[in-house]
Structures are given as structure tokens and as C-alpha cells.
Design a protein around this ligand. Sequence first.
Ligand SMILES: *Cc1c(COP(=O)(O)O)cnc(C)c1O
Length: 479
Amino acid sequence: MAYDPSRAPLGDMPVAEFREHAHTLADWAAGYFEQIETQAVLSQVRPGEIRSALPAHAPELPEPFADLIADLDRLVVPGATHWNHPGFFAYFAITGSAPAVLMDLVSSTLNQQAMLWRTSPVATELEEVTLRWLAQLMHLPQGIEGVIYDTASISTLHALAAAREVAVPDVRTLGLAGRNLPQLRVYCSEHAHSSVDKAVIALGLGHQSLRRIPADAQFRMRTGLLAAAVNEDRDAGLLPIAVVASVGTTSSTSVDDVAAVADVCAREKMWLHVDAAYAGVMAMVPEFEWMRAGFDRADSLVVNPHKWLFTPFDLSVLFTRRMDVIRQAFSLTPEYLKTTEANTVKNLMDTGIQLGRRFRSLKLWAVLRYFGAEGIRARLREHVRLAQLFASWVDADPDWERAAPVPFSVVCFRAAPRGYSGDLDALNQRILETVNKSGDVFLSHTALDGHIVLRLAVGNIRTEERHLRRAWELLTSDI
Ligand SMILES: *Cc1c(COP(=O)(O)O)cnc(C)c1O
């Protein structure tokens, strides 16, 4: 059937209508933030509930936009787990802060596609400038370059692609298969993030190329064992290419001895990648200078502003002293993308796999300007204080025990009631489930030393002491 333009004209939503809905949604978003604590943190929908509430087919005829807005409260909000809720303590607590949320609207409005400098001079240069600001705030070495990817997984993938490029210079042309090459090796601690596994899989190194090194009693990579493993692998004819050191592991936020790992990497000519996805931002805070030891010797480092820097998902930053290697690995310019200014500007498409990219730096720019370095440091310090306070409650209660040190804002702990002879793992899992059903708080778990432990992560900008008190009250009322 032919389209009938008399019913709805072609072209976009009329600007007057856009303005009206934009105002409505601005009020809606403000109301959401205002009333966030009335929501259950962990969504209480059942699997399939949302799917079955939706039509099986897309509408043939236009629908009023107001119907979409109505569905936000009816369907979308109840189906969301509220990462913006101050009682969110699971995984790593994050924040979509208001100034950055507003800039996300601008990003979509301008719809920049920053593959080439000329396709978005501002997205290209603002990314460069905001990342230079961030590098300075984190006291990273001069001359380090940054690039924004969506997630740490992709940042780490690019870092290890660079390591592969250095170790096997013709890999870009010849690949790895069907050649007389030793098996490559990448090392990380047993506590390193699973994104390292996915990177070696995606790069064609094979999962068994990743060797996980045992950690010490405080969950830090045992550097002596790393050096021994590299020697052993060399003797066996393998080719060690990189080490991923963790600064803030996902389970317990432990910190590897990056300086000692850097010594091994220098000696063995391996790429050193630092995974500081969560904790990296603490390098901004003077009392945390200790965590920067060895940063100046890293070839690359990943930090996620979408984790602990109040930036809405997604925005990960890969810093590297050797962006030239990433360009060497991935830059490729077909005729239709050749430009006359190519020699005088940076084209972001050269710094990775993806061609186009969104204007993500806008929201980071907003965070850095609106809160200011002082304001950011104060909020980070407050999160550390809150975590220490929670840890002190655990330590003071004879029915609970702490499972790891608290260097940043994450507490690992578990119930171990006096005289309890049952299965502690099962008990803690039961407590977790009951507490999460409350809707007031949401915690997650991990395993340390083979046991289930609960994890409380502070990182949401709206979290106050009373939210932690509520979490502790719910946890302790249950045993
Ligand atoms: C969260 C996390 C990652 C993965 O982050 P994504 O951005 O979701 O890919 C990697 N490493 C560490 C240490 C993390 O905490």
C-alpha cells in the first residue's frame, strides 16, 4: 500500500513537537532523580515479563510520541535495575551524573561521527584535550596519549593487539596461523578480569596462551612466580609478549606490584598493560600516590570514567605511550576516506578497529568542568571513607568477618556466626538473596580463597552514610 503523506508528512518530528517532548522528558528525568529511592534497586520483574508486555510486531502506522513516554513509567523503569540508586552496592557502583546526562542529549542531537578530523573537528580535538586533562589529573607521564573506546574490554583488546604487533611485526599481513611461529604468551594474575581472556581469544592467540599467575594472601600477583613462569615458557620455546597488571582487581580491588612487574617486562621485552578500569581515577588523589608506582613504565593503561568518574555508561579510556603501534596495527585508509589534511591532523579511525565513533568526550568534559578536580577528589575520598566505615562495622561484629583489605571503596566480607556449624557459603548466598529482595540495596558476591564472600562497592555519587547503615541493618537482621 502506498504511504499516505496526508496522514503523517515525511521528514522528522516537527521541531515544535520536539521542543514540547524535550521539556516533558527533562521533567521526567528530573523526577526520576528526585524519586530514585522509591524504586527497587534490583528490578523485580520476572524473566520474559517485559517481552510479553510488548507487541510482537513493529507498528505499521505512526504512534503518538506521548505513548512512548507513557511506556517509560509503565514498562521501562520497572524493568530497569537502578544503577543510579544510592543503595546500589553491587559489582562496581557507578553514576550517570546529571551534567553528563545533559551532554548525552547534546551528543545525540549533534550526531557526530568522528571517524575523520573533518567529519568532526570538535569531537576529535575535544577528546584529545579532555584526555590530556584526565592524564594530568591522574599524574600520568607527559606525552602519554589517550583514546576513548566503549569499554575496558575493548581498551584491553587494543593494548594486547599492540603487544602482538610488536612481538610479531608482520602479523597484520600474515596472521598467526599456518606459520612457523612459537605460541605467544600473555600473563596476568589469577584475579585479573575476564576481559583479558576474551582479548587473547579474539586476537587469535588461543585461550591457553593466557597464563594466570597465583596471587599472595592479599590477592596480588606474585611477581617472583611471574618471572619464573616467563623463564619456564622461554625454555619451552614459547614467546612471552605481554603482562596485564591489575590496579584494583574486580573481586577484591587488590593492587599488583606494578613497579616489580615493570622490571620483569623491561628485562623480558614484554608489553606492560595496566588494568585500572575501576581504581585508576584514585590516582587523582594525593594520598593515593602509592598506587601510581610503575605507571610511568607502563606501555598502556586502561581507566573507565564510566566506573568511578560519574560518567554515564559507556566511556573507557586507553592511555598509551605507544599509540604509534596501535596506529601501525590498525590504520588503513580506503580511497573514499582520503583527505587533504591527513598529515596535519589526527583521524580517530586510525586508533583502533572501529571506524565511526560517537561524541563521548562531551560527557567527560561536563564531569571534569562541572565538579572540578577538587569536587571529584572530595567525592572519591568520601566513598573511601564510607567503605572504611562499613569495614569497621564488619570488624567490630563477632558474627562477621572481613575477607580482604580495603584499599579503595569495596569491602569483601561474610557472615560467620559464632557457633554456626552449617555451610557458610550457602548461608551467605541466602543472606544475599534476602537482602537484595528488599529493594533498598543491591550487593553482589565473589569467591576468595575458594569461599563465597559478599561484596559491597561504594561508587554512586548519591550514596550517603544512611544507605550503608540500611545495608548493614538488612544484612545483620538476617542471621
Ligand atoms: C569492570 C572491569 C573491567 C571491564 O570493564 P568493561 O568496561 O565493562 O569492559 C575490566 N577490568 C577491571 C579491573 C574491571 O573492574
